[in-house]
Design a protein around this ligand. Structure first.
Ligand SMILES: [Zn+2]
Length: 309
C-alpha cells in the first residue's frame, strides 16, 4: 500500500493506493495555517487514519508547494510561508518513524500522469500546472527528475522566448524579475492581458468563455496566449524533447489549446517535424495525491519501476 499526501495551503488530502492505483481510502482535513507543528501533526494523523482504515502499513509520499533544499534539508520556495526554513522532512520522519519522500506538486502531477494518466507509457514527460502560477515537472522512465537545486522543470521564471513587440521587458513578476513566462501564461496573466494591463476582475477562465462566445477582444487575447504558450513550450521541447506534454491546472480546461498550440510551436522547434503530443490531464486535481503515492515506485505491465530519487 502507498499513501500519498497533498499538502496544500488550505487543505491536506491523503489517499491510500493499492498496487493497481485503486483508491482504498481517502482523507481530507483543513491545513492548520501559520501553525508549523500543527501541520506536521495533521499530516501524521491523515497517515495514521488511512492505515487504520485499510488495516495495513504503507509507504508515505508527500507533495507540497515548493521544495526541500537538498543542501540544507529546509523547505524553500513554498507559498505556504509558515513551512519555509523548517525541517519538514526530518520532523515528519521522526513523527511517523519511517522514511518519507517529498516532491513539489508539479512533479507529483507529472509523475501521476506518467504512471497511469494521460502520458501513460511515454518515456519522457513534461507536466505543467498552469493556474494561478506556472509550475513544471519532468518524469523520465517513470522517475521524477531532480537535481542539486530541486528545480528541474521549473520553466515559469524563465523569460518568454522570441518576444514580440510589446512583450519586452514585460510585466513585473513576484520573483523580482520582469517578463517571466508565468506573468504571461498564468490565469491571472491571461486576465491581465485581456484587460489591457488593468485589472477588471475577469478571470482567465472567463476570458476563454468570452472568446468561445465570439467576443473579439477575448478572442484576440486567447490567440496571443496560444502563441505565447507555443513559444514557451517550444523552448522546453528544444532542451528536453519530451514525448508528451501534459497540461494541468485551470488553464488545461481550455480545449482549443490542444490543437492550436502544437500547430504554433512547430515554427519554433528545431526540427523538421514535431511528434511531441500536448494532452489534457486524466487525473487532474487528484494527481497531487496520486503522484505523491507513486514516489515510492509502481508496478506496470512491464515490471516494477524504480522509485524516484
Ligand atoms: Zn518570475
Amino acid at each position: 500500500m502507498r499513501i500519498g499526501v497533498d499538502l496544500g495551503g488550505t487543505k491536506i488530502e491523503g489517499v491510500a493506493l493499492d498496487d493497481d492505483g485503486e483508491v482504498r481510502a481517502r482523507r481530507r482535513v483543513a491545513t492548520p495555517r501559520d501553525d508549523y507543528d500543527g501541520t506536521v501533526e495533521a499530516i501524521a494523523r491523515v497517515v495514521t487514519e488511512l492505515e487504520a482504515e485499510t488495516g495495513t502499513t504503507a509507504t508515505v509520499g508527500v507533495g507540497m508547494p515548493g521544495a526541500i533544499s537538498p543542501a540544507t534539508g529546509l523547505v524553500k520556495n513554498a507559498n505556504s510561508t509558515w513551512l519555509i526554513g523548517r525541517k519538514l522532512e526530518k520532523d515528519l520522519v521522526r513523527r511517523l518513524g519511517r522514511p518519507v519522500r517529498f516532491a513539489n506538486d508539479a512533479n507529483c502531477f507529472a509523475l501521476s500522469e506518467a504512471v497511469d494518466g494521460a502520458a501513460a507509457g511515454a518515456r519522457v514527460v513534461f507536466g505543467v500546472i498552469v493556474g494561478t502560477g506556472t509550475g513544471g515537472g519532468i518524469v523520465v522512465g517513470g522517475r521524477v527528475l531532480t537535481g542539486p537545486n530541486a528545480i528541474a522543470g521549473e520553466w515559469g521564471h524563465n523569460p518568454l522566448p522570441w518576444p514580440r513587440a510589446g512583450e519586452w521587458p514585460g510585466p513585473a513578476c513576484y520573483c523580482g524579475k520582469t517578463g517571466c513566462i508565468e506573468t504571461f501564461l498564468s490565469g491571472p496573466g491571461l486576465a491581465r492581458d485581456y484587460a489591457g494591463g488593468g485589472a477588471d476582475g475577469v478571470t482567465g477562465h472567463e476570458v476563454a468563455a468570452r472568446a468561445a462566445r465570439g467576443e473579439a477582444a477575448a478572442e484576440e487575447a486567447l490567440a496571443r496566449y496560444e502563441d505565447r504558450m507555443a513559444r514557451a513550450l517550444a523552448s522546453v521541447l528544444n532542451v528536453l524533447d519530451p514525448d508528451v506534454v501534459v497540461l494541468g491546472g485551470g488553464v488545461s480546461q481550455i480545449a482549443r489549446l490542444y490543437e492550436n498550440v502544437p500547430r504554433l510551436w512547430a515554427a519554433h522547434v528545431f526540427s523538421d517535424r514535431v511528434d511531441t503530443r500536448l494532452v489534457p490531464p486524466r487525473h487532474g486535481a487528484a494527481s497531487g495525491v496520486r503522484g505523491a503515492a507513486w514516489l515510492w515506485g509502481f508496478t506496470t505491465g512491464e515490471g516494477t519501476a524504480s522509485p524516484s530519487t
